[in-house]
Ligand binder design. Structure first.
Ligand code: GLN
Length: 282
């Protein structure tokens, strides 16, 4: 053990440690923690390999390594997650935004291109990542984000304030039992769609740390879509659309059938970056 720990000593040590614990990207793990504690960019790590770490920094870094070793997602440790190039505050009360979900934003922007001052409803907003990104990306739009969780609404508002937005509002609403007021051009949602049976198969980072109610409907993974198919006609404009994230395997097909059976004519499954059907456009 070196007497004085330089950044490079710490990296070398932690890389082996994370590797022993079966982390796929050991180097990245320690770099993210160092960047967070020292508040520096990746490039600055490389430019300061010989910088000696002070006791306080080492103590914090050690604490975060311990948390990460227990498989806590790095985003909860740093309270930071990036979505569509935008930074969001996250903690254990909200789902960590996923890159797949960015595809919903792309599609929404495309579909709203010709709509002036559209109104958008984001159901199950969590950190507010979808609602806030739309509010930032689509000029003149008005967004309502809803969630059943008080804690999620608090975090969504925190993220909203970070970007000084006045065209997005968050409300606590239980969509399975209440109907929000409005006449929307777009309903967008990434609802809990992991079924009760699939839940135990999730990775432990996800299963043990992310909010269970944001992941699963404690049923067959279709509860939210059934509900949307029943209430959408009341709150969507005639020309309105729904953009919904769906799961893997047979899930997309089942979701599509729900809408077809409810009499929606246009229900189209779309592929994500990986070539899987992950979005339903209704
Ligand atoms: N809308 C949020 C997201 O996409 C939360 C989704 C959820 O909690 N199921 O990250």
């Amino acid at each position: 053990m070196p007497k004085k720990w330089r950044i490079i000593d710490l990296i070398n040590w932690a890389e082996i440690y994370f590797k022993q614990k079966d982390f796929k990207n050991p180097r990245n793990e320690i770099e993210l923690i160092i960047r967070f504690v020292l508040k520096i960019k990746r490039i600055d790590i490389y430019l300061n390999f010989d910088r000696v770490l002070i006791k306080k920094e080492l103590k914090l870094i050690k604490k975060f390594i311990k948390r990460r070793i227990r498989k806590e997602p790095i985003q909860y440790i740093t309270n930071l997650s990036e979505f569509y190039g935008i930074e969001f505050f996250v903690n254990e009360h909200v789902l960590i935004p996923r890159p797949e979900t960015e595809k919903l934003i792309e599609l929404a922007k495309k579909k709203l291109k010709l709509v002036k001052n559209p109104t958008i409803l984001d159901i199950g907003t969590g950190s507010g990542c979808i609602a806030i990104t739309m509010a930032l990306e689509k000029a003149g739009c008005k967004v309502m984000g809803i969630d059943i969780s008080d804690n999620a609404i608090k975090i969504a508002n925190k993220n909203k304030n970070k970007y000084n937005l006045n065209n997005v509002t968050f409300f606590k609403i239980d969509i399975l039992n209440e109907i929000p007021m409005g006449n929307f051009d777009l309903i967008i949602s990434n609802p809990p769609y992991i079924s009760k049976n699939e839940f135990p198969d999730l990775m432990e980072d996800v299963r043990n740390y992310e909010p269970k109610t944001a992941l699963t409907d404690y049923s067959d993974g279709l509860v939210f879509y059934r509900r949307y198919s029943k209430i959408a006609k009341q709150i969507l404009k005639e020309s309105g659309r729904m953009i919904l994230e769906v799961g893997l395997g047979s899930h997309p097909r089942k979701v599509k059938d729900i809408f077809i059976n409810q009499g929606y004519i246009n229900a189209e499954l779309l592929k994500d970056f990986n070539g899987d059907y992950r979005i339903l456009l209704v």
